[in-house]
Design a protein around this ligand. Structure first.
Ligand SMILES: *Cc1c(COP(=O)(O)O)cnc(C)c1O
Length: 380
């Protein structure tokens, strides 16, 4: 027997009661499902801290990124895109695939995006129709200062598009207060639900832009989603992932019961505990400012070790899934997740697995030093 532990920063562990909610199949045109969808849409507004309508799509998170771009922009539109990791690169790729004129502002992987760079980019591109940013760059673990970016975008005609897929339900996100026009989320990170649902909260300005935007869209047509969702009870234009909506209903209720402040505090505590463990093991961090790292802890593999070998050993020998590096960090780093349904013993187990794995691979860390440091934080 091998027990499976999923400690990756997406997909993340799914609570029992969330998984169990997926057992009964109802038709998506029934009132019963419509009422469930209505609760989910309200719950999404709650976690996104928005009064804007949230469109629900059956897709992984990337589908909502594509939907946001395809609905609100036209070929040739100038957009300023921040890229400091794998997911920032994805925003750049989607922009160029859809024929937007992307002004790419690169920042170092492991750093935060600098709001001053946005001011500079806007000076050079006063006609920019959009500013694209990743809230939590899951490939490095760094969380950007969305509020500071929002303050700058507010003074322009540009739409503020935010990939909040791994930050949602983990770190603070005041969609309306921070002026986010297109706030993008997904089900399988902080929202503790299996992958397959994606969301976009759409501001009035973004709806106005969508009316005149000429990029083609069909499955991801947000106007069609809005029309179907405006019914009473709400519906979706096409068959949604019915059982995932049922699961998300339970997960959102759990987050509501815990309260957002407590949810954010829990994520912060687990980040600090994991960081303490990694520091005690004498390993180096990818994030240059640990106070900005919340959803996962990215760690440089020790000299001479391919991080994929550690990831493989943990998975094969112990049933423990941690994440390797993505893009240009592939093979070089490993990432310890602590976003979503984690408790203090998951944090400890993950650290213990890394210690055991490094020992097995001949990288002698003093056994127990990481565990002790994490426990010191957690039990404090
Ligand atoms: C997980 C994630 C995505 C979306 O990935 P999917 O595999 O399409 O769900 C996008 N951006 C960030 C920051 C993510 O963490």
């Amino acid at each position: 027997m091998k027990k499976q532990y999923i400690y990756t920063p997406g997909p993340t562990p799914v609570p029992h009661e969330v998984a169990a909610a997926q057992t009964s199949m109802v038709h998506h045109r029934t009132d019963e499902f419509g009422e469930c969808l209505a609760r989910v849409l309200e719950g999404l507004k709650f976690v996104m801290q928005t009064g804007n309508e949230v469109m629900l799509l059956t897709a992984s998170g990337t589908g909502a990124m594509e939907a946001a771009v395809a609905n609100c922009f036209s070929p040739g539109d100038t957009v300023i895109v921040f890229s400091g990791g794998k997911f920032g690169e994805r925003l750049v790729e989607i922009s160029s695939r859809f024929g937007l004129d992307a002004v790419v502002v690169e920042y170092a992987w492991g750093d935060c995006a600098d709001p001053a760079e946005l001011e500079k980019a806007l000076e050079g591109n006063p006609d920019a129709r959009g500013v694209f940013l990743t809230q939590s760059e899951t490939s490095t673990g760094v969380v950007n200062d969305v509020e500071a970016f929002g303050r700058i975008v507010r003074g322009t005609d540009a739409l503020f598009l935010l990939d909040a897929i791994s930050g949602l339900g983990a770190v603070d996100l005041k969609t309306d207060e921070w002026g986010v026009d297109l706030c993008i989320g997904g089900s399988q990170k902080g929202l503790m639900t299996p992958p397959g649902l994606a969301f976009v909260a759409v501001s009035d300005d973004a709806w106005k832009a969508s009316a005149g935007a000429t990029l083609p869209r069909y499955y991801f047509d947000l106007q069609a989603a809005r029309k179907a969702q405006s019914g009473s009870p709400p519906q979706t234009p096409y068959t949604p992932a019915i059982t995932l909506v049922q699961a998300l209903d339970v997960a959102l209720r759990m987050l509501r019961e815990e309260g957002l402040e407590a949810v954010f505090a829990r994520h912060e505590l687990f980040a600090r505990a994991t960081q303490a463990a990694v520091g005690a093991m004498g390993l180096r961090f990818v994030a240059s400012d640990l106070s900005r790292a919340f959803v996962c802890t990215s760690v440089w593999a020790p000299e001479g070790l391919k991080s994929g070998d550690l990831v493989k050993l943990l998975r094969n020998e112990y049933g423990v899934s941690i994440a390797g590096g993505q893009g240009k960090l592939k093979g070089k780093i490993f990432r310890l997740g602590h976003v979503g349904y984690f408790d203090m013993f998951d944090v400890i187990a993950q650290v213990a697995a890394v210690e055991a794995g490094l020992k097995r691979l001949g990288y002698g860390v003093a056994i127990g030093c990481g565990v002790a440091a994490a426990l010191e934080v957690l039990a404090g």
